[in-house]
Design a binder for this molecule. Structure first.
Ligand SMILES: O=P(O)(O)OC[C@H]1O[C@](O)(COP(=O)(O)O)[C@@H](O)[C@@H]1O
Ligand SMILES: [Mg+2]
Ligand SMILES: [Mg+2]
Length: 347
């Protein structure tokens, strides 16, 4: 008797969870974190609330008197936009309410801000409340970037040394993109990277991008070429190489640059390719290690990508100060490796 088994049989695919709300996804542990207490799930859900509150301002920016400058200058020497301040205040008030977050380091605050001295507040947060500030007044995509660390020990409150730890110690990271729609992308590093789209008619974030994986290689590069005269020779040689006409090697790559890290990184995460903000010769770079580079490095690695200074893994870098700047290269593993090869002088 011939073997009639149906060899084409495949086990049913895990049902798609597209359409599940962010809250449910987090509460039911689908983000993949072992033995979560209510504190962690509640803290992650607070970022959803912050995103809803900030997006309501962003969507009406021209009407809600949140365009333009406050006249203040922040610790980075940058003029503070009204929306930077609104987003920062919104974050501090939401995170300060539930007692799960002991302290915050924010781009808009010179020092660490203590939120809760209760030793049961186990987590601390790093945040760029409003990213892409130069694009606010011209209605181009902007964002919010966040990362969560566990306090090193169950003490009262927190101190700056709790924040000066390598990015690999993060327990969650994410960003909100205020673009044509509002999207919140989040990961704990364990259960994949997932995107949730905000439906303002319902007031909920719904799963729209499940288990984001970055392609091995892309076809676009993203860098502010206006700075090329200040770049190290190796970066200039990489930039020339990526634009060479070599069809069989998939070059030249297309150039894409929004000037908002969240927008440029998001596109690179979904489509592949490379984003780079290198240091000027002898410089440190522009982007901040704690609340810009580390959260994105954590997200990109969880999605199969790479994040480097050009020479070392971002997540292994031990910060020396709260607002330390770092060269940042994010992208598809093959594309970041090409960049690193040039930095090593092998390109
Ligand atoms: O104008 P440049 O030099 O290209 O810098 C753009 C970069 O600066 C930033 O706007 C800095 O972030 P903030 O807006 O949060 O200060 C990034 O979003 C962006 O990638
Ligand atoms: Mg920023
Ligand atoms: Mg900012």
């Amino acid at each position: 008797m011939s073997d009639q088994r149906d060899l084409s049989w495949k086990p049913p695919e895990a049902p798609s969870r597209i359409g599940i709300t962010l809250e449910t996804y987090i509460l039911e542990g689908m983000l993949g974190f072992p033995a979560a207490t209510g504190a962690f799930t509640s803290l992650l859900n607070q970022f959803g609330l912050v995103a809803k509150l900030v997006t309501s301002k962003v969507r009406r920016a021209g009407l809600a008197n949140v365009l333009g400058y406050t006249g203040q200058t922040n610790v980075q020497g940058e003029v503070v936009q009204k929306l930077d301040e609104v987003a920062n205040e919104t974050l501090l008030s939401v995170l300060g309410r539930r007692g799960h977050c002991a302290a915050v380091v924010s781009e808009e605050l010179g020092e660490m801000r203590l939120l809760c001295t209760d030793p049961r507040a186990k987590y601390i947060v790093v945040v760029d409340p409003l990213d892409g500030s130069s694009n606010i007044d011209v209605n181009i995509s902007i964002g919010t970037i966040f990362g969560v660390l566990r306090k090193s020990d169950a003490k009262m409150g927190a101190d700056p040394s709790d924040f000066l730890r390598p990015g690999r110690d993060l327990v969650a990271a994410g960003y909100v993109l205020y673009g044509s729609s509002t999207l919140l992308v989040i990961t704990t590093g364990l259960g994949g990277v997932h995107g949730f789209t905000y439906d303002p008619t319902v007031g909920e974030f719904f799963l729209s991008h499940e288990n984001i994986r970055i392609p091995e290689r892309g076809s676009t590069y993203s860098i502010n070429e206006g700075h090329s005269a200040r770049w190290p020779e190796s970066v200039r040689r990489w930039n020339a190489w990526i634009k060479e006409d070599s069809k069989h090697e998939g070059r030249p790559y297309g150039a894409r640059y929004v000037g908002s890290l969240v927008a440029d990184a998001h596109r690179t995460l979904l489509k592949g390719g490379i984003f780079a903000y290198p240091a000027d010769r002898g410089g440190q770079g522009k982007l901040r290690l704690l609340y810009e580079a580390n959260p994105f490095a954590f997200i990109f690695e969880a999605a199969g990508g790479k994040a480097s200074t050009g020479a070392e893994r971002i997540l292994d870098r031990v910060p020396r100060s709260l607002h330390e700047r770092v060269p940042l290269v994010l992208g598809s593993p093959r594309d970041v490796e090409d960049f690193e090869q040039f930095v090593r002088g092998e390109g």
